[in-house]
Write a protein that binds this ligand. Structure first.
Ligand code: APR
Length: 173
């Protein structure tokens, strides 16, 4: 299974698509969302603003994904997905997080994308415990790749501590 853990700034990756850990409004924010918008340039915000609102102020519901060009980024596409805010684990967070990975891969395949990089969705501002997020994400990715065919998947951690957590989840001792 072509899942690789790397430590990098996702905005620097020369891959077909990078995934953005966005919020439902898709109009930017902090964390990786802010970094991607800064690196992609203002055209990314314009493209996101042009996406239809499915309800007032919501362009991408939690667990779903949207795709835009990458504009000034090395990556050709940005797949924006909205992870769940951690509320203790009994509000459907694992299923919603798994859906972010599945929906991102579904969109990637629809565009013939062969390589995709994910940040640690929901593991920052949204407070998802990294160990639990990693287990959910890797299980969802493995199931999807087995069922729908292989893609090159990079799990892009921003620091060594996070990478250690994800590496442990990828190949438990
Ligand atoms: N490259 C790779 N990973 C990054 C980068 C980067 N340049 N910048 C931050 N990260 C990591 C964080 O360290 C964290 O592990 O991305 C992970 C996700 O953290 P957040 O960006 O805070 O995303 P999330 O927890 O999903 O919260 C989403 O934060 O920025 C806002 O608009 C966003 O409201 C949304 C919320």
């Amino acid at each position: 299974m072509a899942i690789e853990i790397i430590i990098a700034d996702i905005t620097q990756l020369d891959v077909d698509a990078i995934v953005n850990a966005a919020n439902p409004g898709l109009l930017g924010g902090g964390g990786v969302d802010g970094a991607i918008h800064r690196a992609a340039g203002p055209a990314l915000l314009e493209a996101c603003r042009a996406l239809p609102q499915v309800s007032p102020g919501v362009r991408c519901p939690t667990g779903m994904a949207r795709i835009t060009s990458g504009f000034a980024l090395p990556a050709r596409y940005v797949i924006h997905t909205v992870g769940p805010v951690w509320r203790g684990g009994r509000a459907g967070e694992p299923a919603l997080l798994a859906s972010c990975y599945r929906e991102s891969l579904r969109l990637a395949r629809s565009r013939g994308i062969a390589g995709i990089a994910f940040p640690a969705i929901s593991c920052g501002v949204y407070g998802y415990p990294p160990e639990q997020a990693a287990a959910v994400a890797i299980a969802a990715l493995r199931d999807d790749l087995r069922e729908h065919g292989d893609l090159r998947v990079l799990l892009c951690c921003f620091d060594a501590r996070m990478a250690a957590v994800w590496r442990a989840a990828l190949s438990p001792a």
